[in-house]
Design a protein around this ligand. Structure first.
Ligand SMILES: [Fe+2]
Ligand SMILES: [Fe+2]
Length: 315
């Protein structure tokens, strides 16, 4: 079958193209040799079998730290809806709180945006560092996808109703060095582990009766335990001890400027409160009457309550 395919293809190709492909075929053969064949069971033919030279990555691509997103993200500086103020308000019902959790998960798209810059700019680490950090980056991307799935399951087009900002990743990537960014990530993730963080969100998921919301929060919490381990293995070890690691993270985080007012004065956003429309859509889909207290929620990140400081960010 392979012989037939090759003959059929070569009949269709010009001599010039065949010449080009011969080079490619050589690289492919070399790759297969170092991989011990297609299924990994063939013996390596000679002791000198060499790993192919970098091809597409021969010239390292220039890395742009500023996050860029596609057209689904219409208002990336919008900090008009304080998700945690709603989530931790005991007078608010648990049903609509799942929407805020889906939003918080979706907003976590800023964590891989930030972690990518740590991985790219941190040199001279063992391979295990890249493996662990990439695993965590993938987890964070998955958390964002869980938020998106939550909205889709609820029948809500989040692109229309929710503004997902990138102010955190933008600020960290442009204001801090790679170790400082890792310090902030560690410090924030430590703050998510007590009762008020991931556990609380999971309990809200359970109480809401939305099994997907509970499941998503269960995964989110479980991953956070692993992330704490990754933080200890790489960041804390480098810093010496957990006390120093925490203090440094705290200091770096307090240097970061996420300036609500300046985003508005520069015309980057109006910080529109998108919550009432999202909530009305949620009620419409469920055939419920909007609750005026819920509909009227209008706390933005202009007023961050001190006790919500550490949990009002991603992780
Ligand atoms: Fe996360
Ligand atoms: Fe995390």
């Amino acid at each position: 079958m392979i012989a037939y395919g090759t003959t059929a293809v070569s009949r269709l190709l010009s001599a010039e193209r065949r010449g080009e492909l011969r080079v490619w075929l050589g690289v492919l053969t070399q790759c297969l040799e170092v991989a011990n064949g297609l299924d990994g069971t063939a013996p390596i033919p000679t002791a000198e079998t060499k790993t192919p030279a970098p091809f597409f990555s021969a010239q390292p691509p220039p890395y742009d730290k500023r996050p860029r997103r596609d057209e689904r993200f219409q208002d990336p500086y919008n900090m008009g809806v304080h998700a945690e103020a709603f989530l931790y308000d005991e007078t608010m019902p648990v049903g609509p709180k799942t929407l805020m959790m889906f939003y918080k998960r979706l907003r976590e798209i800023d964590v891989p945006e930030m972690m990518a810059s740590i991985i790219v700019e941190t040199k001279d680490k063992p391979w295990g560092y890249t493996v662990d950090m990439t695993r965590q980056l993938w987890d964070e991307a998955r958390h964002a996808m869980m938020g998106e799935v939550g909205f889709i399951r609820a029948g809500i087009d989040w692109r229309k109703f929710v503004s997902v900002n990138f102010t955190w990743s933008l600020a960290l990537n442009t204001q801090l060095g790679p170790l400082e960014r890792h310090a902030v990530l560690y410090f924030i993730e430590q703050g998510l582990m007590p009762k008020t963080g991931k556990r609380f969100e999971w309990e809200v998921g359970l109480a809401s009766g939305d099994t997907f919301a509970a499941l998503a929060q269960d995964y989110d919490w479980a991953d956070e335990v692993l992330h704490a381990r990754i933080g200890r293995d790489w960041y804390v070890k480098q810093m010496g001890d957990s006390r120093k690691a925490n203090d440094y993270g705290d200091a770096c985080w307090s240097r970061v400027l996420i300036d609500w007012e300046s985003y508005r004065s520069q015309g980057l956003t109006k910080h529109k409160n998108w919550w009432p429309e999202l909530y009305r859509e949620y009620c419409r889909l469920r055939g419920e009457q909007p609750n005026p207290a819920v509909e009227g929620f209008s706390t933005s990140y202009q007023q961050v309550r001190a006790d919500l400081k550490d949990i009002s960010v991603s992780g």
